[in-house]
Design a protein around this ligand. Structure first.
Ligand code: ADP
Length: 330
């Protein structure tokens, strides 16, 4: 692979910003992260995707020195996370899942406290905060109490706070969970532009499969293991077993059950108000499926070939493992 697709091209010989090698996390006898290895290149936006409980937060917490590693190693900016946690902490910015800014303080006060905490010199502080407020589009809210901000604005404040000490590597744990679709897009646009301006490496987790398209590369996680890794384009082209048909049909549940008994249907799952079915030849199968549905007294609507999304890839990859894909949002 010479370069990655997505937001910005990354040279194949770019140095690694993060190296995770056979990392394991056990909580008692429960294996939350099961022997995972990957490397993230400098300048990449690297996504960890998977449903709730896949192990994304646990992985990010190990890489950011927040919880001990059971086995294996993680190196961040060349520093071993277990042996040299302080060196790691100085090079990274971390946005945890929970919103943690102080609600009673103003936007600017929240940033100021963090700048002091990170020993940003006093004369640099004012300028850095003004620049960050501009970056996350909160300049005119600088004197507003944090509790008066919307969810999306609070998320942007947290992003600014995580950048106050000019980290090189930025870890974000589900920064868009709970936001409306417009705010989700605006958080991503902001992140990609900050990444370009500050030459950051970003490692981000999400359970929204559509957000994978913003990543240079990603891993799909399921129950503590990697099920696939690559660029969004690679994952779609390599892991779909055939072509994809979108089938509108009522009633949906019984129609799905019927399609799952058809040998030529390699995979079928409900997506929104329709069924996505993987078949070897969509042009041949579309009329056959319509005929079958009509013959069984169903009411088929549109049946057409569509381009697979990453969620289709994920369902197709995890179906074989008997995974529960609930919690994977489109
Ligand atoms: P994700 O971020 O992908 O939703 P998590 O990393 O939070 O997943 O969790 C992975 C698994 O580990 C889940 O089954 C979760 O219940 C379990 N887990 C997470 N934290 C703890 C903990 N502190 N103690 C015991 N089990 C935990």
């Amino acid at each position: 692979m010479n370069e990655f697709n997505g937001r910005g091209l990354i040279a194949a010989d770019a140095p690694n910003a993060i190296e995770v090698d056979h990392i394991v996390k056990r909580y008692g006898s429960f294996l939350a992260v099961d022997d995972i290895s990957f490397a993230v290149k400098e300048g990449e936006i690297f996504g960890l995707l998977g449903p709730n409980g896949a192990g994304k937060s646990t992985l990010i917490r190990m890489m950011t020195t927040l919880i001990p590693i059971t086995a294996g190693t993680a190196r961040v900016a060349g520093h071993d996370v277990a042996r040299d946690p302080n060196a790691v902490r100085h090079t990274i910015g971390v946005i945890p899942q929970a919103l943690t800014s102080d609600l009673d303080l103003t936007v600017e006060e929240n940033l100021n406290i963090y700048a002091k905490l990170y020993d940003v010199p006093a004369k640099r502080r004012k300028e850095a905060i003004a620049e960050l407020l501009e970056t996350v589009d909160l300049t005119k809210w600088r004197d507003a109490q944090t509790k008066t901000l919307s969810g999306g604005m609070r998320r942007r404040l947290e992003i600014a706070r995580g950048l106050v000490h000019s980290p090189k590597i930025f870890f974000l744990d589900e920064p868009t969970t709970g936001l409306d679709p417009v705010s989700r897009v605006s958080v991503w646009e902001m992140l990609t532009s900050i990444k370009a301006k500050r030459k950051l490496t970003i490692l981000i987790t999400t359970h929204y499969m559509d957000e994978a398209e913003y990543c240079n590369r990603l891993v799909l996680l399921d129950r503590g293991r990697i099920v696939a890794m690559g660029t969004p384009t690679e994952l779609k082209s390599q892991h779909m077993k055939g072509q994809l048909l979108m089938i509108e049909c009522l009633p949906l549940g019984p129609a799905l059950e019927l399609l799952q008994t058809v040998p030529e249907v390699l995979d079928a799952a409900v997506f929104g108000s329709g069924i996505h079915a993987v078949v070897a030849d969509a042009a041949v199968m579309a009329p056959k499926i319509r005929e079958l549905l009509l013959a069984r007294q169903f009411r088929p609507g549109r049946i057409e070939q569509i381009a697979p999304s990453l969620e289709d890839v994920f369902v197709s990859l995890t179906a074989a493992r008997g995974a529960n894909t609930n919690g994977v949002a489109a």
